[in-house]
Design a binder for this molecule. Structure first.
Ligand SMILES: Nc1ncnc2c1ncn2[C@@H]1O[C@H](COP(=O)(O)OP(=O)(O)OP(=O)(O)O)[C@@H](O)[C@H]1O
Ligand SMILES: [Mg+2]
Length: 162
């Protein structure tokens, strides 16, 4: 059982690699929380993940729109940034239906407590010198299996902390 993985990401390109690895190992349906301060790398990770899933064109930060939706081969990905939300009740106005997204990527999820579906994976990013530290925590059986697969990705091995 893998419930937690920690990585050191020395540069933005390593955050991209983690995003790509998450894309390659993702389950069919998942809810991901992206935690961390302003500038920690949440959007960088989301962008790399979405790109690896085949999203074309610009991937804008949903800072002002709260949500950006992207078609995937097998459904839809939703990228949310709740930094500017007043309270979780505002999520109701977006008319989000849990079942219609195959992938939720939620920045500032702590601001949407009560209005979001149950989380599978929490990715917490933290500034560490010039780079970033990433802690991935599984919050469901599906999330655990995901981390298990991620832990076996050869190109991520250099980033795992001992
Ligand atoms: N591992 C890394 N090492 C160094 N810089 C990184 C790393 N990952 C991302 N960055 C850089 O951090 C900056 C901020 O990233 P990003 O916009 O993704 O932050 P964010 O967490 O989404 O912030 P916000 O809360 O404002 O939305 C970008 O310039 C990005 O290139
Ligand atoms: Mg962001």
């Amino acid at each position: 059982m893998t419930t937690m993985i920690e990585l050191l990401l020395p540069e933005a390109e390593s955050t991209d690699l983690l995003g790509q690895a998450l894309a390659q190992t993702r389950p069919a349906q998942a809810v991901v929380h992206l935690q961390g301060d302003l500038g920690a790398g949440k959007s960088t990770l989301a962008r790399a993940l979405l790109r690896a899933l085949g999203v074309q064109g610009s991937i804008r930060s949903p800072t002002y729109t709260l949500i950006e939706r992207y078609p995937l081969a097998d459904g839809e990905a939703w990228h949310l940034d709740l930094y500017r939300i007043g309270d979780a009740g505002e999520l109701d106005f977006l008319g989000l239906d849990e079942a219609s997204a195959d992938l939720w990527l939620v920045e500032w999820p702590e601001r949407g407590v009560g209005g979001l579906p149950p989380v599978d994976l929490v990715v917490a990013l933290e500034i560490d010198g010039y780079g970033r530290r990433a802690r991935l925590q599984a919050r469901s059986v599906k999330g655990e299996a995901w981390l298990q697969r991620l832990g076996q990705m050869a190109h991520l091995q250099p980033f795992f902390t001992p």
